[in-house]
Write a new protein. Structure first.
Lengths: 661, 304
């Protein structure tokens, strides 16, 4: 019965093309909510109520019945997807308002249709176990997100970025497909995830896992497979970026986790691979984020960083399995899985608030912003909340997941052997560096956008955004605070998911007293802030409080717009340390000795992603140059082409004559 | 509770001792040990001036900063006395709690829209980022050594184990002392007595704070010193000593630490600004050496 509703909702998505333009939004909202309700119902049933996998017959497929199967892992992801998609569609109402005027009915319909299908395909990816159905759903996910990315197709770069995105997604698809086919050919078992079980039981898992890891890693955005992320996220509308960054890239993580559930031996090098790539992603992601001026590009690099943190958790979990340290396994996986939820929360919050800023100022370049906290106070506070959470600061949710990973690491130091300890040392040092850099980055971006004086006239007409764009922020903010202050509540379901990977998942319960202590400490912290704030108010009531200009070293002629720190200058001292990675180049003509009256000077800096440069841009550039040289054959003269045909025929003739083919 | 009171008490005269030592060495007349305290009291009696550029952030930040240091204080044990809050992994909470205070301090400096304060904010962000790994590696070494991941029992277990713990202890004291210097914006990273905005780090961040807010910052600074001083003295004070001996030796160690800070500040020149990152990486390197030493002590690395 519930399946019929689900299928009906999927079919009804096509109706979005025929409903009148003013109802398109409500139609999609209605369908979205129905799909959310049905799938969440299943997920809750599977995650909380029953201990079995929930199985429903979905449709006839390739001569047999296609089932949807929801186990704890799928259920957890379904809930995360649903929550983020729901906030996304609520936010979209206000965000898309200007576009309803400029875009025609078909364009809007396509957008809503793709948004619906992004959700549906993500859910199907999580539900299908059959490899072919999974790959189809995976492909639908790439296509629908492609149409969402190219929504603002009137902009010059958007189509180019969209195509680049599509190509990279398909490279990923090829890897996943080859992995499935390889397992299928080797074992002859079912062409499905369950078939992998048989392959992994009898073969060394590393090679096949590596194929899966590359395929899923492109979606997840691990460095060096990340180069689509910093382009696609800024190009997409903000509610789409929020959903893509919040949950779509997590489908890659889901894939990796799903494959890992089938591997039970020779896990050490798999764990080491995941951990190494994740540490690189984490540290480089945040370093690259620091030099960005485009706020959405910056957030995209932070997604890479957070995928890195998730990966560190998973990697440690897998290594823990291999070296048989339960604390490391359980807490590593628990931290990673909780961080999946956490990142979906604060990253979508950050993208929505950044989108609100973009809508009001029409620029994503933070160097042109400033002082917006006075004009958009709610947006500013929500951005601050997201920033504090993403930096992993207590008492917010990001801290909890990082704390779980840290706990796993520190508890495993003594039982571990030398090699494990060195791995752990590098891991927690990496986490600490990532944390510090994230604070550096978010103090920069928050203060440049929202604090100080405006840096250009872009902010002149900014006002607080409409309430529908604030509502999702409240929902997300509520969740962030819920996880941050009452983490113990989330440990039950978390243990259920971790149970797929470890037999000791029940030991998560041992963390509950610790987490309760964290709740108490956070409570004391907030209460102290309140008390001191009241004391301060009481003290200031008795004293005179004056307002006067900022201290400018007794120089009063300063231009408030120019004589303050910019994003470039803020990032400068870190750039000096990490320049090989970020490639910041400064363009400035020095002064000539003879130049008595200096002319006006321009100063420019720009950065690029070294990994993208060397891995994507340089090789493709070389191939293009090579192809251009080959183009000498393309003369455009029919005589030449006939000659080529003749040469070809003679060649074939000679080869057959000599028995070479 | 006793530990909290003792640490608070030591925080009262900590800045005073530093000032006294510096004055003595500098050949000046010594101020009273309580002079910094009187300054704070005076600030509490004053009104405040706010720049019209600033927002709510600028007003709440000192409060959050102060609260974060105060809560961090609750985690610190003293000798046999446990900290008020304690759980497994509390030093992670401790470090991140101090970080949220710093986060607010940095954005409050940026809130003033002043180029000078931006400079300080930016340096503070970089230095606190660079010093973080050293702290974690140090705590990691101790966790490796004792198998305990909470401030409370860490020290007691360390003291009753082998004499080799002295090696780790000495390295830990050294690293912690310099972390304290960085965290409190002291020499050789920052000079609290500098008179040029361009060369300041912490001082320039709080240029625009006044009255109550500034007082909070000053107290927080004293508290931070006391926190790190206590962490150091815990290496020296044995939990098996009688409580009175513990208290006396605690004050001795605290005073000694303050005196050492004063002496260092009198004789040492400040690092060149661009040398600071290297200097802090050196701290991390020493922490890594400590970790490796601990690996040897715990016989995970075999030396033939």
């Amino acid at each position: 019965m519930d399946t019929i509703f689900f299928i009906a909702a999927i079919i009804l998505t096509f109706a979005v093309f025929v409903v009148p333009k003013q109802f398109q939004y409500f139609w999609s909202l209605l369908l979205q909510v129905s799909i959310v309700i049905i799938s969440s119902f299943w997920a809750i049933q599977s995650l909380f109520l029953s201990s079995d996998t929930l199985i429903r017959a979905f449709m006839p497929f390739m001569g047999s019945t296609l089932f949807i199967e929801i186990d704890k892992l799928s259920a957890f992801f379904i809930l995360v997807v649903n929550f983020t998609v729901l906030t996304g569609i609520i936010y979209a109402k206000g965000y898309l308002r200007p576009y309803f005027i400029t875009k025609n009915k078909a364009e809007m319909a396509l957008h809503f249709f793709s948004f619906l299908w992004l959700q549906i395909s993500m859910l199907l990816v999580l539900m299908f176990r059959d490899a072919l159905a999974f790959l189809i759903a995976w492909e639908l996910m790439a296509l629908s997100s492609f149409f969402l990315v190219i929504f603002e197709s009137e902009k010059k770069d958007t189509i180019k970025i969209g195509i680049q995105y599509l190509i990279q997604m398909h490279i990923g698809l090829v890897f996943i497909m080859s992995a499935f086919i390889w397992a299928y050919v080797q074992t002859g078992a079912a062409f499905s995830f369950d078939g992998l079980n048989i392959y992994f039981a009898s073969h060394n898992p590393f090679g096949l896992f590596f194929l899966f890891f590359v395929g899923f890693g492109i979606k997840a955005g691990f460095i060096p497979l990340h180069s689509w992320l910093p382009h696609a996220h800024p190009a997409a509308p903000s509610h789409v970026s929020g959903v893509m960054s919040g949950v779509m890239i997590k489908m890659g993580i889901y894939g990796i986790l799903r494959v890992l559930t089938y591997i039970h031996h020779d896990l050490f090098y798999i764990g080491l691979l995941i951990l190494t790539i994740s540490l690189i992603s984490g540290v480089l992601g945040v370093i690259l984020a620091i030099v960005q001026h485009d706020v959405k590009k910056l957030l995209a690099y932070h997604s890479i960083e957070n995928i890195g943190i998730i990966g560190i958790g998973i990697g440690l979990g897998v290594i823990g399995l291999a070296v048989n340290i339960p604390a490391m396994t359980v807490l590593g996986f628990a931290g990673a899985i909780l961080h999946i939820l956490n990142h979906s929360l604060f990253k979508s919050l950050l993208f929505y608030t950044a989108g609100s800023v973009y809508q009001q100022t029409h620029t994503r370049n933070i160097e042109l912003l400033g002082g917006l906290i006075k004009k958009m106070p709610k947006t500013a506070l929500f951005f601050l909340l997201g920033a504090l959470a993403i930096c992993g600061l207590p008492p917010f949710n990001g801290f909890i997941s990082e704390f779980l990973i840290y706990s796993g690491i520190f508890k495993s130091l003594q039982p571990g052997d030398l090699f494990t300890d060195v791995i752990l040392l590098i891991s927690f040092t990496g986490l600490a560096i990532i944390g510090g850099l994230a604070i550096f980055c978010f103090t920069k971006v928050f203060s440049i956008i929202f604090l100080g004086s405006p840096r250009s006239n872009k902010t002149e007409h900014a006002t607080e955004v409409e309430n529908t764009m604030i509502t999702p922020n409240f929902l997300i903010g509520f969740m962030i605070i819920a996880v941050g202050f009452f983490p113990a509540l989330f440990m039950g379901p978390l243990a259920n998911v971790v149970g797929l990977f470890s037999n000791d998942a029940a030991s998560i319960q041992q963390m509950i007293p610790v987490l309760n202590n964290i709740s108490i400490s956070s409570g004391i912290f907030i209460a102290l802030i309140g008390v001191i704030w009241i004391l301060r108010a009481w003290q200031q009531k008795k004293q005179t409080v004056k307002h006067d200009a900022t201290w400018g070293c007794a120089y009063t002629g300063a231009n408030p717009a120019l004589h303050q720190y910019t994003a470039t200058s803020f990032a400068d001292n870190i750039v000096q340390l990490v320049n090989p990675v970020v490639n910041v180049k400064k363009e400035f003509n020095g002064f000539d000795e003879k130049e008595v009256f200096p002319e006006e000077r321009a100063f420019k800096t720009h950065s690029s992603d070294t990994i993208e440069d060397n891995l994507i841009i340089k090789p493709t550039g070389k191939i293009l140059a090579w192809l251009k040289e080959i183009a000498v054959f393309q003369t455009g003269k029919i005589q030449h082409y006939l000659l080529y045909a003749l040469v070809f025929l003679i060649g074939i003739f000679l080869l057959t004559l000599l028995n070479w083919i | 509770m006793l530990s909290l009171l003792l640490i608070l008490l030591s925080a009262l005269f900590f800045p005073g001792i530093i000032a006294k030592v510096k004055a003595k060495i500098g050949g000046r007349k010594m101020p009273s040990v309580f002079q910094p305290l009187f300054d704070v009291v005076r600030l509490f009696k004053k009104g405040a001036i706010y720049s019209p550029v600033t927002s709510f952030i600028f007003r709440i930040a000192p409060v959050v900063y102060f609260a974060s240091v105060l809560v961090a204080l609750l985690f610190i044990p003293l000798g046999g006395q446990k900290g008020i809050l304690s759980f497994n992994g509390d030093f992670v909470f401790f470090a991140y709690l101090l970080a949220i205070g710093k986060f607010m301090l940095i954005i409050s400096a940026m809130d003033t829209g002043s180029g000078f304060e931006g400079m300080g904010a930016n340096r503070e962000a970089l230095y606190s980022m660079l010093v973080e790994p050293a702290f974690f590696i140090l705590m990691g070494s101790l966790a490796l050594f004792t198998g305990i991941v909470s401030f409370n029992n860490l020290y007691s277990v360390m003291h009753i184990s082998t004499n080799l713990s002295y090696i780790t202890g000495v390295a830990a004291i050294y690293v912690l002392m310099y972390i304290a210097m960085v965290e409190n914006s002291r020499l050789p990273v920052d000079d609290p007595k500098t008179h040029l905005e361009l060369t300041m780090v912490h001082e320039v961040m709080i240029l625009d704070n006044s009255g109550f807010d500034l007082a909070l910052m000053h107290i927080a600074s004293g508290l931070k010193f006391a926190i790190y001083g206590t962490l150091i003295s815990n290496f020296i004070i044995y939990t098996t000593w009688s409580i009175y001996v513990q208290i006396i030796s605690f004050f001795l160690v605290q005073s000694l630490f303050a005196a050492v800070v004063g002496i260092l500040e009198s004789f040492r020149a400040r690092n060149k600004m661009e040398k600071n990152p290297q200097w802090m990486l050196m701290l991390t390197a020493i922490a890594v050496v400590t970790f490796l030493t601990t690996l040897i002590i715990t016989q995970k690395i075999f030396l033939n």
